[in-house]
Design a protein around this ligand. Structure first.
Ligand code: SAM
Length: 287
């Protein structure tokens, strides 16, 4: 399993405080970060990523709609956390390639002093960390190159501890990452380790791909797996059990729903169909 790279020598001129040896961006195989970037209309992807996206789209043509709806959910959730829940600290695991607005931009628009620790294990995200690190001068943003499958190494890392005060509420963000952790890699234990580290008043925001409304998504996921990206769609019940099972977590209204249905703004275009979206989201408060 990859190890976090925080303690190794920094890249010359690297924007990230936590880095490893020069990141090896593997252009020969698709990466979930670059495929997602492509689906969102970004330019930080290679032919292999576009081919993988095309393969998914053959089985699940609305994949792009689903990605966009997930991103909208994430940003609505962060706005809720900053504006309504009063959260000033964010731990975003599985950050993705920077896509403006990013989590820190939305949070700091509401609360300029907000502090955000970003975490991802894809070298391409590390390469773009500079774009993530443009914080409001009143706040702070940092990037940690680490693997969610080693949660303790994230919550105990010097970088995360420098940015986040674990005596004050923190929003843990697990947006569109847990379907990359199949059951045999014990995602529930990973989530529990994060939640156990959070103080009362913290929140957990998560989203997850599902095949419940579009069975073809199973074959799309299988194709993605053949391309080297392990994925496991889950039902609403499985997702809820995976993330929000802790007795101390209370789901914020409307609970676990399609990401498109979670506190959709009246100004947004009408929601696509459940099959087109095929992702659940939820947000809970820790008592
Ligand atoms: C689909 S993108 C989601 C990006 C962003 N969270 C969002 O919802 O818009 C998934 C991200 O999770 C990251 N990821 C996948 N597996 C990971 C792991 N084991 N550890 C850390 N990050 C991981 C990928 O590199 C990618 O950037």
């Amino acid at each position: 399993m990859p190890t976090p790279r925080e303690e190794r020598a920094p890249l010359p001129g690297s924007p990230a405080e936590s880095t490893a040896a020069r990141p090896l961006v593997d252009a020969a195989h698709p990466s979930s970060a670059r495929v997602y970037d492509y689906l969102l209309g970004g330019k930080d992807n290679f032919a292999t990523d576009r081919t993988a996206a095309a393969r998914i789209a053959e089985a699940f043509p609305s994949i792009r709609v689903g990605a966009q709806e997930n991103r909208r959910f994430l940003l609505r959730g962060v706005r809720y956390l900053a504006a309504e829940a009063g959260i000033r600290q964010f731990l975003d695991v599985g950050t993705g390639i920077p896509t403006s607005p990013n989590v820190h931009e939305v949070a700091q628009e509401v609360t300029p002093g907000a502090r955000i620790a970003y975490v991802d294990n894809d070298p391409i995200v590390l390469v773009h960390a500079r774009a993530l690190l443009v914080s409001d001068p009143l706040g702070q943003v940092g990037y940690l190159d680490a693997d969610i499958r080693e949660p303790r190494s994230i919550v105990d890392s010097d970088l995360v501890r420098r940015i986040l005060d674990f005596d004050e509420p923190i929003a843990l963000i697990l947006s569109a990452i847990l379907h990359f952790i199949p059951d045999e890699q014990r995602p529930a234990e990973i989530v529990r380790t994060f939640v156990d580290a959070l103080p009362p008043g913290s929140h957990v925001l998560a989203s997850h791909v599902t095949a419940e409304h579009e069975p073809a998504l199973r074959s799309a996921s299988a194709g993605y797996r053949d391309d080297g990206v392990r994925t496991q769609p889950r039902t609403a019940r499985e997702f809820e059990r995976l993330v929000f099972t802790d007795q101390a977590l209370e789901l914020v209204r409307p609970g676990v729903v399609l990401v498109s249905q979670w506190r959709r703004d009246p100004g947004e275009p009408p929601a696509p169909t459940p099959a087109q979206v095929s992702a659940y989201g939820g947000l809970a408060k820790l008592s």
